[in-house]
Design a protein around this ligand. Sequence first.
Ligand code: ADP
Ligand code: ADP
Length: 232
Amino acid sequence: ETAVSLSNVRKTYHLGEPVHALDGVSLEIPRGSYTAIMGPSGSGKSTLMHLVGCLDTPTEGEITVGGQAVTELSGRERTELRGTEVGFVFQTFNLMPRLTALENVALPQLFQGIGAGERTDRARELLERVGLGDRGDHRPNELSGGQRQRVAVARALVNDPEIVLADEPTGNLDTETGEQILSLFEDLYASGHTIVMVTHEPHVAQRAERIVHLLDGEIERIEELEGVGPET
Ligand code: ADP
Ligand code: ADP
């Protein structure tokens, strides 16, 4: 079963000369798999993640996410898919500075029409799950980098997505804090989620099941690994 599929995807930006950020990418990501994306700066990693995360649409080609053809959806339907099928974690956390941790985690549920009481209960549950049950009232500037990223992970999970996308989630964290975030993702993988993670760090990428190497907007090669595997 396929979680995400890309078929001959091209994404072209026009800033004077056209730039093919992705140039004919085809890729199948099975459900419940753990994929790392590597490649030099400008190779198209962020563009790929934005397309899979339904934050943007391709110039050419087909993308399906959770069995749905993204290119055939309206903007509104894509927003819905983004909430419920894919959760997105960014390198820079992207939390709302004026909202508390709890409010940040609860926010995506607003767009799903979930009632206030249920939103809060669910957000509390997720904060507990990432080990921040006692930090719900703190604003982002009152939290450490690792705590902020854990809030961001909780927010990405609040609508129970099957697929979790992470763009350099440990890029702004020290090694030990990064390790805590990685083990959160590995827990999610072990519980059946599909993980797709961009990283610059080979030792992080080596923990996935496969590494997709991008170069100049194309897949250079795919490396199959043992991966952390589900615990047995
Ligand atoms: P990576 O994440 O691997 O660094 P990106 O996907 O950010 O690569 O970028 C791939 C190429 O597309 C680069 O040449 C970049 O300059 C270009 N690019 C990315 N986003 C945009 C944009 N919004 N407008 C114009 N060019 C872009
Ligand atoms: P990353 O470190 O994840 O590769 P970048 O610093 O390359 O991120 O880019 C951050 C974001 O800025 C990208 O996701 C892309 O949407 C946008 N971007 C990248 N290159 C350009 C560009 N040349 N023009 C406009 N926007 C760009």
